[in-house]
Each structure stands twice: as C-alpha cells, then as structure tokens.
Design a protein. Structure first.
Ligand SMILES: [Zn+2]
Length: 336
C-alpha cells in the first residue's frame, strides 16, 4: 500500500467510524427503546371548511408529501351527525390527526364516533392513530374488507415507513392502526339524522375503494376514485374500472364530489374522466393498430384532453410516462 492509498483508506475508515459513533447514531439506538416518545414535530393548523349541511373538510393544498408539508397531502373529511362526528380519511400521520382534532374541538362540542378509510394508501389512514389516542381503542374504524387485510398486512408498515422517508421523519411516532370493521358495497351506516351509504365498484383506484355517500346532502366522498387537478397513482388501479365507476356514480344523483386530493365540486368526475379518456383511448387505439408504446405516449401527450390539463395537474411531468405505460398494458390485456 502506498501513502496515497493508505491515506485514502484511512479517510474512508475515519468517515465510517465517525458515522458509526456520531451522536445521531446513539440517539437512534436510544429511540429503539423509547420509540413511543420520539415524534416528529406538530403540524400547523389548517382551517375547517363547511361543504354542505353535514359535511366539513380540512383542505390539503399540496398533492404530494414533502419534509415541509409533513405529509399534509390528503383532504380530511368530517360528517357532523346528531350522534357525533364521523371522520372519512384521517390523513398521513398521528401529527396530522392531532391537528385535525384540535380544529374539531374548536368548532364542535361532540366527539368523534367513527372513522371510515376509503382505501389502503397511507395518506388516507395513518392519522387513525390520533383518533384512538383521543377517543379510545374501541372507536370503530370502517373500511372495505380488502383494505382492512391490506393494511393489516404488508401495506400498513410499508406506508408508515414510506411516509417517514418522504417527510424526512416528520411523521415519526405514527403507529399503524388499521381499520377493523368491514363494509361491503351497499352497506349503510345510520347516525341519527345522517345516512352514509357505501359504494364499491371493483377495481378503480385500488381493488377495494369505498365511496361514501352522505345521502341527505347529496355529497359523495370519493376518496381517490377521482381527483381534481392531480394525477392519481394507478399502480393498483384500472382505467376502464374507473370510467365504469364514474357511470355508476353519476346515476346516484349526487351533486358534489369531494375527492381526497383537490377541490370538491360538481365537475370533479368530468375533469378526471376526460383526463383518463385522453390517456386510455389513444393507448387502446395504439394496441388496435399494433403501434409501440413510445408512439402511444406521443399520442397521449398530443391529445387535447391531456394537453389542456397538463400544466395545472400536480405530478403530471413525473408521473405521466408511467401511467401511460399502465394504460397501454391494460389496453393490451383487455384484448384489442
Ligand atoms: Zn390513493
């Protein structure tokens, strides 16, 4: 070993040693024992907003988790019933759940009596932890049986870990508290003056999405089945399943669609339908014509339904390539 090599390996060794014995490392070892006490910071207050006579929400301005927003990326919805408050999708961390509970306590003199989680993506259920801390372990947490199984299985810890990574540990301290009460398509929950009716349409955004109809208000809480100005994660979803679900949803007579991401309104399904038609139909045509994926992608980007939405769609540039590939695969599998 010459001097230069020696210095190099000594430096490498030195760096490793410093890392191994850095104060951060000893703190990290200590956290293994006291993990319950190590938590990411508090999330700043976001205001409650009334949508209809029984429906309230906390709006999330951002579409994706970052260290700055601490995972605040999913709308949190509350149904105000004579029996108490029902939470639909609890946010991405215990800190976000605690923030939401602070807002509820300012506005209402009633407890949370149930949670519904629309699907297994972590931004829709990791906040459950805060509600069982505040209202007890017996608080019923409803979801589709497939979602319950997924969160109790691999999706639960996977999402908890991913959320910590994406937020640079801001969500630390969040426990996986899965839903435990199964609800199938057509099930109804009555809470005094309010009826919540469940809709499941097969594979849409995931195989197990629930849409929650607030019957008396003609409001549908659609989770990630449709989004407003954000492109959905379609890794486990289906474009054709989504378009079919929109047909069924439109027949319910609801007038407001409240999504997990973006603004609620009368045109959310229409906005998302046109985006997905603009992605899927050119892929379908490409499969019919025997055109390669790259050419299909070019056609999608040129499609006016896609091109007109690209600029104000959150996550468009980073995700469109992948989601065109998924549409292409789905069209291929559909047998054209
Ligand atoms: Zn989702």
């Amino acid at each position: 070993m010459n001097r230069r090599q020696f210095l190099h390996s000594a430096a490498t060794f030195g760096a490793l040693t410093a890392a191994e014995f850095a104060p951060w490392q000893s703190i990290s070892a200590a956290t293994m024992e006291i993990s319950d006490f190590v938590r990411g910071p508090t999330v700043k207050d976001h205001p409650l907003r009334q949508i209809s006579s029984h429906v309230w929400m906390i709006f999330s301005p951002d579409g994706f988790p970052t260290p700055e927003n601490q995972g605040m990326m999913c709308n949190i919805t509350f149904v105000d019933t004579a029996k108490g408050l029902v939470v639909v999708d609890s946010g991405a961390s215990v800190q976000i759940g605690e923030m939401a509970i602070r807002q509820l306590k300012k506005a209402f003199k009633k407890p949370v009596i149930a949670i519904i989680n629309t699907h297994y993506h972590g931004d829709h259920w990791l906040g459950n932890h805060a509600y069982v801390d505040a209202y007890g372990d017996k608080l019923p947490r409803y979801s589709h049986p497939g979602t319950i199984k997924a969160i109790q299985g691999i999706q639960g810890n996977m999402w908890r870990t991913l959320m910590e990574q994406w937020t640079n540990q801001a969500t630390m301290g969040t426990r996986v508290v899965p839903p435990d009460q199964p609800l199938e398509n057509g099930a109804e929950l009555k809470f005094g003056d309010v009826t919540l009716r469940m809709h499941h349409f097969g594979t849409v955004h995931t195989p197990f999405d629930l849409c929650v109809e607030v019957v008396e208000d003609k409001v549908m809480l659609i989770g990630d089945v449709a989004m407003d100005r954000r492109i959905a994660n379609m890794d486990d979803g289906s474009y054709l399943g989504t378009l079919k679900a929109y047909d069924a949803l439109e027949k319910t007579g609801c007038t407001i669609w409240l999504p997990g991401h973006g603004e609620p309104g009368a045109d959310v399904l229409k906005w998302n339908r046109e985006l997905f038609e603009g992605i899927y139909r050119p892929c379908e045509q490409a499969i019919k014509n025997g055109t390669a994926l790259e050419e299909a992608k070019a056609q999608v980007l040129k499609d006016p339904r896609v091109a007109s939405r690209a600029r104000d769609t959150k996550g468009f540039d980073t995700n469109i390539g992948k989601y065109v590939s998924l549409a292409y695969l789905e069209a291929e599998a559909a047998g054209f």
